[in-house]
Design a protein around this ligand. Sequence first.
Ligand code: CMC
Length: 470
Amino acid sequence: MAALLSPGPRTATAGSTPQKGSNPMSGKPDAKAPVTGDHLEIKDSRTGKIYTVPITDETIRTADLKQIKVNPEDFGLMGYDPAFMNTASCRSAITFIDGDKGILRYRGYPIEQLAEKSNFLEVAWLLRTGELPTQTEYDEWQKQITYHTYVHENIKRFMEGFRYDAHPMAMLTAGVAALSSFYPTSKDIFDPRERDIAFIRLLAKMPTLAAFAYRHVKGMPYVYPDNSLPYAENFLSMIARMSEPKYEAHPVYAKAIDILFILHADHEQNCSTNAVRAVGSSHVDPYSAVAAGVAALYGPLHGGANEAVLRMLEEIGDVKNIPAFIESVKSGKGAARLMGFGHRVYKSYDPRAKIVKSLCDDVLRVAGLTKDMEIALELERIALSDEYFISRKLYPNVDFYTGLIYRAMHFPTDYFTVLFAIARTAGWLSQWEELLLDKEQKIARPRQIYTGYAERHYQAKVDLGHKIKK
Ligand code: CMC
């Protein structure tokens, strides 16, 4: 296959303005030149020595701390940052978030404009290449993704081997990992043509695997892709088609799925993206790296919050119970948190939540207003006027309304994360390629602070049934 994509502008190190006196590639201070730009002066109370560490992009390199030693044998000072609360692991030109202002942009384009004017496949191209496609590029991209939707029959049989009640995310994780064995040349990750075809195959086959997982749990025959349909419509056809020769999804549902895929396509360095980057840094093939992302997303702290919102709405049960529920959240006595509210990064309205709310209105106009939705709207109204939530900057996040949309469309609750995974594949792959082409990156290998025993001698406590022969 001809190379479809030219890698976008090499932006991985763009915007970097190395300070005089530092070597940006090695992270080591240049011994000869004094640091003259923005810098940090650090005095080591153990030795009285003063060190100068350059500041670039409001960041210091923790590798620069290694020079701070008590004696020459000392390893040097490290940074300790469990959960990467204040550590940048990469330079990235893909997604920009300003949590205080409620801004989310892919490659500079505001999420609101992309949700209104673009579609998921165009956004997937944008995320990878950095630019919107030309008409020729888009037509070829769409054609290639449309024609790579089928999976090998052995993958289908592999999926059929799961228990009748297998969790769809477990099936998806395994299915994506299994693809690696069907495309052995994908290991050649520095061949741009191999990366092109991996992007196309993964974006194309993810909905197929996801739909097979859905049908498996339902005990229904798997539906093959219909390559005459656009991306979202084809996915819904594989989900819902029965005996009819052609399935036509409701246009409001197809549009909602496509917009939700756009909203979930990337979100910079979150848990699953970090997993894809960490696993990808070993130079494994992209299917294995993306399988790691799916596994990370499976966790309830990451992909599972919209499920929790629905459980909470069920627990509330009626609009009249909301004030008591809010009080129990505030007092910390009952429900621990108002699910779907608050965000680690967004300290104002999550920009995706605004879009999802209006999408939810559209879907419910077709599906009918549910009791869940009535409770959700009233809950939001009360919480947004309550001092507890206002003072803590707790606003609805993207998960507050996505679960309602998925439920209105009759997706089972444990399937919601699968929909997230289909969309995030675009971001995972773009972040994976950015990592590979970033000359500063190496295999991810964090340091640790060892807290265990000092050396001690082995003395068996049990009879292991053998003797060491001398
Ligand atoms: N309901 C009630 N109180 C809350 C909530 C909430 N949803 N979120 C935070 N708080 C309170 C928290 O108790 C704390 O209060 P205080 O200062 O009195 O101790 C204060 O607000 C700050 O909370 P925090 O734990 O420091 O905030 P965080 O940034 O660590 O947590 C969060 C972010 C998303 C984990 C949290 O807001 C939460 O648990 N929300 C509910 C779960 C949820 O909706 N998760 C989906 C997140 S969006 C996923 C995505 O982007 O894909």
